[in-house]
Write a protein that binds this ligand. Structure first.
Ligand code: ADP
Length: 399
């Protein structure tokens, strides 16, 4: 059964075609700079690669281009669009409505629209993508997979902020958390590797990429995570500050910063980029730090320190931790960063083996020392596959 997975952003549409349940990738493509005269579209299949530059000024045009790519007689992946039996869509915010992936109908579209204000940059293009796919593929099942859904199991003690209750009841201000498909995917993979049932593992999952978050998972359910109402809270990220004293915002506002400029400052100019003054990329910063750039070294240290603090906090709330899991571009590949984060935690039962750590670059495996009480695992995430699996589960013919 062919399933097409979409990840639609404000300026890009990414898609991947799977054969399920075999989980084979048949095609993978993207449109970059949607909305511009100089957009680019690409597709990779077993037959070859297509790359075109053209004007793609809106989403309908983008979807027409995707159709052309998939049906390309030479390098495409389909002879007829009707071979696609279901579509899965990444949706960033599901508010407190959705605690799992859902079949899409008009009502569900309204539910996604209802939380536009909570994710103004993400949910609108996510919904546009869904609408275009429904137009293009007709009556086949369409499934929405929410970044927030996995974290809906977080208890009130962890999702409520210490602010007046009416802000929660009137505006739904609470912790939602993101990267849910990834945290769930690696937690389930870890359970398999550990030979345990998915609902009997306690793990701490570190999704470290340009956007980073960490989650405490008890008996297979998320019970806390570092991102909050928005993805700004928590860890230091490529360009986001993560946790800071909210008083800083009032202080800077009184100094003349507008709310919009503060939004840009904390989301786009802070984090690794802000501290180092030069880059949001861990690889660049490691090279610079090795060459004596003190600001780059400090950026890496603060990044690692924040994660270490969260790991300690989550160990306290979980009590028993089976494994700490690293995923995302930095978690999967950042050998030096992993050792920086887990250094000097032997009294907490965490000791990594540097030889194992060094060979686990982008590959699954355990990197703890034989004397370590807590396992440390590298598990490459695969959010598209997680979406394809949920979509398959919710749309297979025998359902
Ligand atoms: P996104 O959140 O955009 O999906 P990724 O998960 O792709 O991001 O992660 C991107 C980050 O991964 C980059 O900022 C880079 O710092 C980091 N990264 C990639 N390869 C390495 C590596 N070998 N060592 C350290 N960091 C790496």
């Amino acid at each position: 059964m062919k399933i097409l997975v979409f990840n639609c952003g404000s300026s890009s549409i990414k898609f991947k075609l799977f054969e399920m349940p075999e989980e084979a990738v048949l095609a993978e493509g993207a449109i970059e700079r949607v909305g511009s005269e100089t957009a680019s579209a690409s597709l990779k299949t077993a037959h070859g690669k297509i790359e075109v530059k053209q004007s793609i000024t809106d989403y309908p045009r983008g979807f027409a281009v995707i159709k052309g790519l998939l049906l390309d007689p030479e390098n495409g992946a389909l002879v007829n669009l009707s071979e696609v039996r279901a579509c899965g869509h990444r949706v960033v915010h599901g508010g407190d409505e959705f605690s799992g992936s859902m079949r899409i109908d008009d009502l569900l579209e309204q539910g996604i629209e209802a939380v536009f204000e909570l994710a103004p940059l993400h949910n609108p293009p996510n919904l546009t993508g869904i609408q275009q796919a429904r137009l293009m593929f007709g009556a086949i099942p369409q499934v929405a997979c929410f970044d927030t859904a996995f974290h809906q199991s977080i208890p009130e003690v962890a999702y409520r902020y210490a602010i007046p209750e009416n802000l929660y009841t009137d505006y739904k201000i609470r912790r939602y958390g993101f990267h849910g498909m990834s945290h769930q995917f690696v937690a389930r993979s870890a359970a398999k590797l550990l030979g345990k049932h998915k609902y009997s593992v306690n793990v701490i999952t570190c999704h470290l990429g340009n956007g980073s978050s960490i989650a405490a998972i008890k008996d297979g359910h998320s019970i806390d995570t570092s991102m909050g109402l928005t993805p700004l809270e928590g860890l230091v990220m490529g360009t986001r500050s993560g946790d800071l004293d909210p008083g800083i915002i009032f202080y800077l506002h009184r100094k003349g910063h507008t709310i919009d400029s503060l939004d840009t400052l904390l989301n786009k100019k802070s984090g690794l980029l802000g501290i180092s003054g030069s880059s949001n990329d861990v690889r660049d910063l490691e090279i610079k730090a090795d060459g004596g750039d003190e600001k780059a070294r400090l950026a890496l240290d603060i990044f690692a320190y924040r994660i270490k603090k969260y790991i300690g906090g989550y160990m306290a709330i979980l009590n028993r931790v089976d494994a700490i899991i690293f995923t995302g571009g930095i978690g999967e590949n950042g050998v030096a960063m992993r050792s920086r984060i887990l250094a000097d935690m032997d009294q907490l039962g965490i000791i990594i083996d540097e030889t194992r750590n060094a060979v686990h670059v982008g590959v699954i495996g355990e990197i703890q020392d034989t004397t370590s009480r807590v396992k440390v695992m590298v598990i490459p995430t695969n959010e598209e596959l997680a979406i394809a699996r949920d979509t398959y589960k919710m749309s297979r013919p025998d359902r």
